[in-house]
Design a protein around this ligand. Structure first.
Ligand SMILES: *Cc1c(COP(=O)(O)O)cnc(C)c1O
Length: 402
């Protein structure tokens, strides 16, 4: 048995089978590259679903974490600590907002957004008690808690996990008329991904986000943008909403906010909205801890220069140009995305997304399939153009059946 087979057999025996990983066992990583337990190197074209926008072992982020590890790592929110204010101030400023509520995982931040919107609905908008409604889109992915899967349309994510939380209405993504019809007097929020990641990197029709902004403003409904995967540089802008010049009422952030080092998530909004919370009503033992704040503050500092956004934009144009050439050649049915983020629909004749992912793995490239026939490409934004081109060469070879 190889070291890889031993590690996988042992993982399968002693961990729940809630994932189906590719059969590679990573031992170390640097930049856009990972090395497995047998010394093989792989180009990481997934980047931890965008948690690793700044690459593996990013020097600035590791240094920030190391320095903070030697100072203080956890206080709980029972006390103040000296990294908290800076983090909240700088993140709010990056977002053009006023207040931050830090949590840990993306799902927790979405839960926080849901609770905040409901409370705002009752206290500010004047919705009758218990009647608040939140409109969401079909094929959404917002996380895995019982409330969040209650408004998922993915049968796999929902089955056997009920009873489900009420108070959500689902409309087709990209359909403004349906959204308009769903917004009633008791609607407190519209919660959307500006680009649907897990659904296969679905970019909404031009004008949709701007239309959502206009409609929600007219109806006194909060526009919550879940930018957990689309935000923080991935699409070539700090936020995917920027591509339509839209500023939502609330950003939900996670993944890259923790720099691939620690889980950090946050809701960022106005003081009118986040100001509804009072002590004791919501919180998290680890949310906003010193280590998380130190790393996330460095992430925010890095994003302020715009260099990562610029890189994602330029390399993204190149990526989409190259992928576009594959469409219509028989192997690829469609390509979608923005910046360094693409969903590639593989023609069924060439195998499933999983088949293609495994063949790419054999050639030293790691991607992830989604919804059967799609592969998702989202390398760290620090990837070099040469490495990106090499990765694309491997994809072309696999699609050509080589
Ligand atoms: C990953 C993701 C989440 C959930 O984040 P977790 O940290 O896995 O809980 C929520 N929304 C979007 C858009 C995501 O991509």
């Amino acid at each position: 048995m190889s070291a890889t087979e031993r590690a996988i057999a042992s993982a399968e025996a002693h961990s729940a089978h809630n994932y189906h990983p590719l059969p590679v066992v990573v031992a170390t990583a640097d930049g856009a590259w990972m090395t497995d337990v047998e010394g093989r190197r792989f180009l990481d074209m997934l980047a931890g679903y965008s948690a690793l926008n700044f690459g593996h072992g990013n020097r600035r982020l590791i240094d920030a974490a190391k320095a903070q590890l030697e100072r203080v790592t956890l206080t709980s929110r029972a006390f103040h600590h000296d990294r908290f204010a800076d983090f909240c101030t700088q993140l709010a400023e990056l977002c053009g907002m006023e207040m931050v509520l830090p949590m840990n995982t993306g799902a927790e931040a979405v839960e926080t957004a849901v609770k905040t919107a409901r409370k705002w609905g009752y206290r500010v908008k004047g919705v009758p008690p218990g009647q608040a409604k939140i409109v969401v889109a079909a094929n959404n992915f917002h996380g895995r808690t019982t409330t969040i899967i209650s408004f998922s349309t993915d049968a796999e994510a929902r089955a056997d996990f009920g009873p489900y939380t009420p108070g959500f209405e689902i409309v087709p993504y990209g359909d403004l008329t349906a959204l308009q019809a769903a917004c009633s007097a008791n609607t407190v929020a519209v919660l959307l991904e500006p680009i649907q990641g897990e659904a296969g990197v679905l970019v909404p029709p031009a004008g949709y986000l701007a239309g959502v902004r206009e409609l929600t403003r007219e109806r006194n409904v909060l526009f919550i943008a879940d930018e957990i995967q689309s935000g923080l540089g991935r699409t070539g802008r700090t936020f995917a909403c920027e591509h339509e010049g839209v500023v939502p009422d609330m950003y939900v952030l996670g993944k890259a906010l923790g720099g691939g080092v620690v889980p950090v998530s946050a809701v960022v909004s106005s003081s009118e909205v986040l100001g509804v919370h009072r002590p004791g009503e919501h919180g998290s033992t680890f949310g906003g801890n010193p280590l998380a704040c130190a790393v996330a503050l460095e992430v925010v500092t890095m994003l302020r220069t715009g260099e990562f956004q610029q890189r994602a934009s330029e390399l993204g144009d190149h990526l989409h140009h190259e992928l576009g050439l594959l469409v219509g050649g028989g192997a690829v049915d469609a390509v979608r995305g923005r910046g360094l983020w693409a969903g590639v629909d593989i023609a069924p004749s060439r195998g499933t997304g999983r088949d293609i992912s495994e063949k790419l793995m054999d050639r030293g490239v790691l991607v992830k399939d989604t919804h059967g026939s799609t592969i998702r490409i989202a390398p760290p934004l620090v990837i070099s153009k040469e490495d990106l081109d090499w990765g694309l060469d491997q994809l072309r070879a696999v699609l050509a059946g080589e």
